[in-house]
Design a protein around this ligand. Structure first.
Ligand SMILES: [Zn+2]
Length: 694
């Protein structure tokens, strides 16, 4: 890639980003976009955006909502067009060229953002409009000016020059420390791979896992032995199959000791420094601690609200975990008399109990879930029943990979709608090497009344692609994922908002997983399963007993899963609730005390992440935010309970949810949207039931 791109003028004529897309819904002209177009489009996009912002900031006209806020909402069109395509493809269809462009562009974009946030004349205009916000007649305009003001203030716009300089220093040091944290975690995880002398100690693992361990040992200069590498996520998958207790214990202890061994990979000093810097930044910005700073901009609002939810659920969760421990001990008493359950036994024994109780063959279940049937007779069927919408495939629009399908979405004649078009839904379901794993939703075009844009959304999954001519059979887990992502999809599609900054799924992270997890529950609906769960060859419906097993397996092990999760969430809250200047000497003692005080310390169930390897909250963007998954799930469970109370998958329930939540973007307070549908504020009992904890 050339360091100096071709002059913008040369590429203007043939660079498809430089003009609005001529295609329906302004959807990207993927057939005309090549990797060479990105960098010139980013550079020209930032240049144009900066010039537009300059004109707004330096205007001689007195600041008004229209000449400042609306003008900002309209600005940066080219930058938005290229960003939407580029940052989708870095996840779903990347290549070395795109990765190289990404590392060039990321710091440029960060600097571009900073320049705007620290633009004093611009902030003066925003502040004047914010001061006079009572005069704005449109509630959506009031919401939007609050967003702008909040974003600028949270980025330091109100600080004097010395404090702004300190803020920049803090951010810089933080980014260095988080990079170090990631490097040390990676190095220690690698260093802690468990060396096993003979094959017998690995019994229970399948042949491919054993030969992989043999290869790993050979590669590490220990031929004839076996090396079990630790996995980066929380728990170690091999613990559920290793039959040898001593090997389990070694893997478990290695896993818990990550970055806490006093060697060069230890992260304790980094963690202490990060906690101190975040507390100091919070104080600079006027908050008692980092958690208060983060939560002020989330639905939860305060650390107290988060702690109340987590500790409120703790007794039921601990009790369930204790019940599960007793069940596991019973299995041990019968099968390995004299053995006391230890933490390294938990996964293994739980797996034996699960097999005993719900034994079903995943391969057998898959025969009843063919992808297109799940989509048409499951997901789209639900969408028709609930929202009265119809999806029609369009083969004429260009896609970025041949596996991607495009559907045009209509308010169908069956619902309250008039058949008018809503937007486009892209479905990119197959795994491929150029796609990162997992599943997500995104927008190619954001809905906006101001810009006259209808939404273009995409769902991405990573389902294994069958060989040519074979059907795509999916697991039940993948079925629920299809519903989950479609839930994000309708949150984007049903948006009826004027301003792009607050449209669709642009909501706090403790709210954004609410519509998606809400829709997951429809995968269990008997009407949905009756239609879409059909044997791909014979068309026979899935046997009732098999459906029942799959259903019941959903809540198995939730005591353990919920406990290790809330331990980690409470630990995150404890670290980020420290006021500036607090001195913590002993990281491990702080961790133990935090768990004990919250009532979740458990001899058999450690937190999903211990402090020294909690990568979500130290380098990741989830500081004081790990609770958010559960918060969203509490909203989803409670809202879905309302659907069940009110007749299930009906047009009335769909219309009400669409009106209260899915169409609103962030034009209302999240709790207001939730309560408008539920008829009251959040009650976490439904979540306990959803997880089988009552
Ligand atoms: Zn999601």
């Amino acid at each position: 890639m050339p360091k100096t791109p071709a002059p913008a003028t040369a590429s203007k004529t043939d660079n498809p980003f430089f003009t609005p897309s001529p295609l329906a819904y302004g959807t990207p002209p993927f057939d005309r976009i090549t990797d060479e177009h990105y960098l010139p489009a980013f550079e020209e996009g930032m240049r144009q955006h900066a010039a537009e912002v300059r004109t707004i900031a330096d205007s001689k006209q007195p600041p008004t909502f229209a000449n400042t806020i609306e003008a900002l909402e309209r600005s940066g069109a080219l930058l938005t067009r290229v960003s939407k395509v580029f940052f989708n493809l870095t996840e779903s269809n990347t290549n070395p060229k795109i990765q190289a462009i990404q590392s060039t562009v990321a710091p440029l974009l960060a600097a571009h953002q900073d320049t705007i946030y620290l633009d004093a004349p611009l902030f003066a205009r925003i502040r004047a409009i914010h001061d006079a916000r009572a005069e704005l007649t449109e509630p959506e305009q009031q919401r939007l000016i609050e967003r702008y003001h909040t974003n600028f203030v949270r980025n330091g716009a109100l600080l004097g020059p010395a404090d702004q300089a300190r803020l920049r220093k803090i951010n810089e040091e933080q980014s260095t420390l988080t990079t170090k944290f990631q490097e040390r975690l990676l190095a220690d995880t690698k260093a802690l791979a468990v060396l096993v002398e003979n094959k017998d100690q690995l019994r229970g693992l399948d042949d491919s896992a054993i030969s992989a361990a043999a290869d790993a040992a050979a590669a590490a200069g220990k031929p004839g032995k076996f090396l079990l590498p630790l996995q980066l996520p929380s728990s170690q998958g091999v613990l559920s199959s290793l039959q040898d207790r001593a090997t389990r214990q070694r893997v478990y202890e290695a896993s818990l000791s990550r970055c806490d061994r006093g060697n060069e990979n230890d992260t304790k000093e980094l963690v202490l420094r990060l906690a101190a810097l975040r507390a100091e930044r919070a104080q600079l910005l006027g908050y008692p601690n980092h958690a208060a700073y983060v939560l002020a901009d989330q639905m939860a609002g305060t650390p107290a609200a988060v702690n109340k939810m987590l500790t409120g659920m703790a007794p039921a969760i601990v009790q369930k975990a204790n019940t599960e421990a007793a069940e596991l001990q019973t299995w041990l008493d019968q099968n390995e008399p004299g053995t006391r359950l230890a933490p390294w036994d938990w996964s293994f024994v739980a797996e034996q109990v699960r097999k005993q109780r719900y034994d079903f063959d995943e391969a057998e279940v898959k025969q009843y879930f063919e992808l297109d049937s799940v989509l048409q007779n499951g997901v789209f069927f639900m969408a028709r029943q609930m929202y009265g919408i119809e999806l029609h495939e369009r083969k004429d629009l260009p896609v970025y990979h041949p596996d991607v399908r495009v559907f045009e979405v209509f308010d169908g004649a069956t619902g309250n709608g008039d058949g008018s078009s809503i937007g486009l839904f892209y479905a990119d379901y197959y795994a491929r090497p150029e796609k990162r794993g997992g599943a997500w939703m995104d927008n190619f075009v954001d809905q906006s009344g101001l810009l006259g844009q209808k939404p273009v959304v995409v769902n991405v999954l990573s389902i294994g692609k069958p060989s040519a001519g074979q059907p795509t059979l999916v697991t039940f887990d993948e079925v629920t994922t299809l519903f989950h992502e479609f839930g994000h999809g309708v949150h984007g599609l049903f948006s009826k908002v004027r301003y792009p900054m607050i449209s669709g799924t642009s909501v706090p992270r403790d709210f954004v997983e609410f519509p998606s997890q809400f829709h997951e529950d429809f995968a269990f609906d008997p009407a949905v399963l009756g239609r879409c769960a059909r044997h791909w060859q014979t068309g026979a419906p899935m046997p009732k007993e098999l459906i029942e097993k799959v259903r019941r397996a959903r809540t198995f092990g939730q005591g353990f899963g919920s406990l290790e999760y809330i331990e980690a969430a409470l630990l995150d809250m404890a670290w980020h609730s420290l006021p500036a200047g607090t001195e913590v000497k002993d990281v491990d003692a702080f961790e133990a005390e935090a768990l004990r005080k919250a009532g979740v310390a458990h001899a058999l169930v450690p937190p999903r992440y211990r402090t020294t390897y909690f990568s979500h909250v130290w380098p990741g963007g989830y500081s004081a935010g790990y609770y958010a998954y559960l918060w969203s799930e509490a909203l989803a469970a409670d809202a879905f309970a309302a659907v069940m109370e009110r007749g299930g998958m009906t047009g009335e329930n769909g219309a009400a949810f669409r009106d209260a939540v899915l169409s609103r973007g962030l034009t209302r307070e999240p709790m207001q949207m939730f309560a408008a549908f539920r008829g009251r504020e959040l009650d976490t009992q439904a979540l306990l039931r959803r997880r089988g904890l009552l």
